[in-house]
Write a protein that binds this ligand. Sequence first.
Ligand code: UDP
Length: 328
Amino acid sequence: MQKVLITGAAGFLGSHLCDKFIANGFHVIGMDNLITGDLKNIEHLFPLKQFEFHHHDVTKFVHVPGNLDYILHFASPASPIDYLKIPIQTLKVGSLGTHNLLGLAKEKNARILIASTSEIYGDPLVHPQSEDYFGNVNSIGPRGVYDEAKRFMEAMTMAYHRFHGLETRIVRIFNTYGPRMRLNDGRVIPAFIGQALRGEDLTVFGDGLQTRSFCYIDDQVDGIYKLLMSDCIDPINIGNPDEITIKDFAEEILKLTGVDQKIIYKPLPIDDPMQRQPDITRAKSILGWEPKVDRTLGMKLTMDYFKALTKDELFKAEHKDFSTYTRR
Ligand code: UDP
């Protein structure tokens, strides 16, 4: 049985990856320090003998006994609110954490895939974003702690590939959504859904004309799996090119939930990218991958998950307005 280490296993993406590798017959070692992750996301895996969980912070030396075939490094705060609240940890997990895991991969002769992000393109001047665009990032802005950690992560990974001949893969993940997102992580989809379900108005930041392109979790996990199993060393964008303005998206959610709340406008956080859409030509041609779940179906599945939460969970996670947090 092949063995895979997944860091950030209790998070949104990490937990779905654990499910995917278990379903595909792997022995999965999940690792998480539980700062932003939640054991609830993987508690269904604990009874399985093919699954083990290590409560560990990957910025400290990482030890895993025995052989290891693959490593997926997904530990990181991943929402603007999280990395504003814990900026130093965000920098450390992308830099020191990545270094530790690359060292472990070298020691075990394992293939390693690291989770990069569309944020490495910053507030992009090229649209849609293809992998050969170098980005427009403000290194000293509030998002710099995430963007630069991820850029360092890519550089370090390529250095291990070139210098040590390590088998490396780099996925650039664009906005992804689905069940198990944290209701109060500040990201737009759980924020809007939470507000709609609690009977609050939906907070659109700025004029709402900024765009995003949302990818359903099952498509994302499928793309990551295909990339890991491919021969592609170069970074690959995985995301859904179906682009929408945040204002139109808020209206879509109001329609979907059938509530009669309003949209209210709040200041745009600093360095909030104006547009984002993945160019997935490379993923299509190299991996034979493209997203299959459209937003209507994806949002229905996501909504069903959030509707099943208890009232307590829903109200405890009240959306905090952090928009002013990030103004100069
Ligand atoms: N956003 C919003 N209202 C909210 C939360 C987010 O209008 O309550 C906007 C945010 O300013 C950004 C977009 O939605 O333009 C996506 O934000 P998110 O935090 O989900 O991720 P990002 O793509 O910015 O990393």
